[in-house]
Design a protein around this ligand. Structure first.
Ligand SMILES: [Ca+2]
Ligand SMILES: [Ca+2]
Ligand SMILES: [Ca+2]
Length: 447
C-alpha cells in the first residue's frame, strides 16, 4: 500500500481516524513505557504426601479433611503463600484427583488461622516409580518389587509430583522426559558390575533398552506471567544411596541432575528427546526456575562427586542468594551426630535426616535463571521457640522430613514490541490524524 493511499484510507472516515489514532497512541504508550516487573514466589517442597498403598492418599485427602499431616503441610504452604509450588512425594493419581482434593480440602481451608491459598492451575503426570521393568535391575536374583521398578516405588506413581500455580500453565507447550532412556545420554555414568571385567555392565543390553533416566519424571512446565514465560523445570532425582559398590543410584542421581544442566546449556541439550519425540534443549533466551528435591548436597552426604555442582556452577543459573533458615542452624547443633562434622553451612540445610547416617542436608533447591533477579529467599525452618515450629517439629515429623524452600524472583513483563512495518503504519496514522485535523479545522462541521 502506498503512503498516499494509507493517509487517504485513514482520513476518509473520521471515526476510523479517531479509533486508529487512539489505538496507535495507546500501543505506543505501552511500547515506550517503563519495563514492569512481577515479583513471584517459587517454592519447592518435598511434602512426604506419599502413601504405602495405592489409593491411600485419596482416602486420606477425601474422607478425612482433618488428616493431621496433610493439614500441617497445607499450613506451611499457606504461611509461605508461594505463587508457583512444586510438591515432591505426592502420589500420582490419574486425572489429578489427589492434587484437586488437596486443594479443595486443605489448601482452600484456612489451617490454624492461616489464610487459604488458591491455585487456579495445576499439573500432574505419570511417574516411573513403581512401574515394573520386568527385569532384575538390582541383581538380587529375582524379578519384582520396588527395586526392580523403573523408579523405586511400591506401586505406579508412588512418590510422584504435583505443580500448583496462580499463573496460567501453558499446557500445550509442556515437555515431559519420563521415557528418556539412560543409555541415550552421551557418556552416561552407567554403573559397572564389579564382579566382571567388562566396564559399565551392571545392566544387560536388554535391560538398557528399558532403563529410563528419570526415577520419577522431568517436566518443563511453561508458566505465563503477564505476557512473559518462565519455564518451571521440575524433577526429583533418586536418592544416591540404597545400593552397593556399583553405586547405581548415585550415578543415576548425577545424570538426572545432569539432564537439566544440559537442557539449559546452549549446544549441550541436542541429544535430549521428550515423550512426544521432540528433540533439543531450552532456548538460550528462555527464563527458567529449576525446582525440586535433587537429593544432592554440595558438600556432605553420599551423592556422586560434583552432582549438584552441575547446576550450582552452571553460568545460566542464578545463585546470588542461597535460601537459609535459623532453624536449620539450631537443629544441627541440637541434634549433633554427623552434623557436627559437616562441611556445609547448616543455615542452608533443607532436610532433617538421621544424624547417625547422612545427617541434615541441603537437597531441595529453587534455582532461577540469571535473568531473573532473586529478591529474597529462605528455607521454612523456624527456631524451636517460634509459634510455627510445631509445623516442622522433630522426628517423627508432623509434616515432612524436608523443609519448604522458596525464592522471590523478579520476572520482567514482556515489553510490547510493535513490528517495524506496523510502527511505520501507526506513525503514519498519527500523521494522518494531524493532517486531517489541520485540513478540517477551518471548515464547519458537516461540510
Ligand atoms: Ca531384583
Ligand atoms: Ca564389570
Ligand atoms: Ca537430623
Amino acid at each position: 500500500m502506498k503512503v498516499s493511499s494509507v493517509i487517504d484510507f485513514l482520513v476518509r472516515d473520521r471515526s476510523r481516524v479517531g479509533l486508529t489514532a487512539m489505538g496507535t497512541i495507546g500501543i505506543l504508550a505501552i511500547a515506550s513505557g517503563p519495563m514492569q516487573a512481577a515479583n513471584l514466589r517459587f517454592a519447592s517442597f518435598n511434602a512426604s504426601l506419599n502413601r504405602n498403598t495405592e489409593g491411600q492418599l485419596i482416602t486420606d485427602l477425601l474422607s478425612a479433611p482433618d488428616n493431621d499431616q496433610a493439614q500441617a503441610v497445607a499450613e506451611i504452604i499457606q504461611r509461605v503463600n508461594p505463587d508457583v509450588l512444586l510438591i515432591n512425594e505426592f502420589d500420582y493419581v490419574e486425572n489429578g484427583t489427589a492434587a484437586e482434593l488437596f486443594q479443595e480440602n486443605y489448601l482452600s481451608v484456612g489451617q490454624n488461622g492461616a489464610t487459604p491459598v488458591e491455585y487456579q492451575y495445576r499439573y500432574v503426570a505419570p511417574s516411573n516409580t513403581g512401574i515394573p521393568s520386568g527385569f532384575d535391575l538390582d541383581n538380587n536374583g529375582s524379578v519384582g518389587g520396588p527395586n526392580d521398578a523403573l523408579g523405586f516405588g511400591l506401586f505406579p506413581g508412588q512418590y510422584g509430583m504435583a505443580l500448583y500455580s496462580k499463573y496460567p500453565i501453558l499446557t500445550e507447550e509442556i515437555r515431559t522426559f519420563q521415557k528418556f532412556l539412560w543409555k541415550d545420554m552421551p557418556n552416561a555414568l552407567l554403573p559397572d558390575n564389579p564382579a566382571t571385567p567388562e566396564p559399565q555392565d551392571w545392566y544387560s543390553e536388554e535391560e538398557l533398552d528399558v532403563v529410563r533416566l528419570s526415577s520419577k519424571s522431568h517436566w518443563d512446565v511453561p508458566i505465563e506471567v503477564d505476557g512473559s514465560v518462565v519455564h518451571a523445570l521440575v524433577s526429583h532425582p533418586t536418592p544416591p544411596v540404597f545400593d552397593g559398590l556399583e553405586d547405581r543410584n548415585g550415578r543415576r542421581n548425577f545424570d538426572e541432575i545432569r539432564l537439566w544442566a544440559d537442557y539449559i546449556t546452549p549446544g549441550q541439550g541436542d541429544y535430549i528427546y521428550d515423550d512426544s519425540g521432540t528433540v533439543g534443549g531450552l532456548g538460550a533466551d528462555k527464563s527458567f526456575v529449576i525446582m525440586g528435591d535433587q537429593n544432592a548436597d554440595p558438600f556432605d552426604g553420599d551423592s556422586y562427586p560434583g552432582a549438584i555442582q552441575q547446576l550450582l556452577n552452571n553460568p545460566r543459573v542464578n545463585t546470588s542468594v542461597t535460601p537459609s533458615s535459623l532453624g536449620g542452624v539450631q537443629q544441627a547443633s541440637l541434634q549433633g551426630g554427623v552434623n557436627l562434622n559437616h562441611q556445609g553451612n547448616p543455615a542452608f540445610d533443607t532436610a532433617d535426616f538421621a544424624d547417625n547416617s547422612s545427617g541434615n542436608l541441603r537437597v531441595d533447591y529453587v534455582l532461577p535463571s540469571q535473568d531473573l533477579e532473586i529478591v529474597d529467599a529462605a528455607v521454612f525452618w523456624p527456631k524451636s521457640d517460634d509459634p510455627q515450629f510445631p509445623l516442622v517439629g522433630t522426628f517423627p515429623f508432623p509434616s515432612s522430613d524436608h523443609r519448604l524452600v522458596w525464592a522471590d524472583v523478579e520476572v520482567q513483563q514482556e515489553q510490547v514490541s510493535v513490528p517495524e512495518p506496523y510502527v511505520g503504519l501507526f506513525s503514519l496514522g498519527i500523521l494522518g490524524l494531524v493532517g486531517y485535523r489541520y485540513r478540517r479545522k477551518p471548515c464547519p462541521e458537516g461540510r
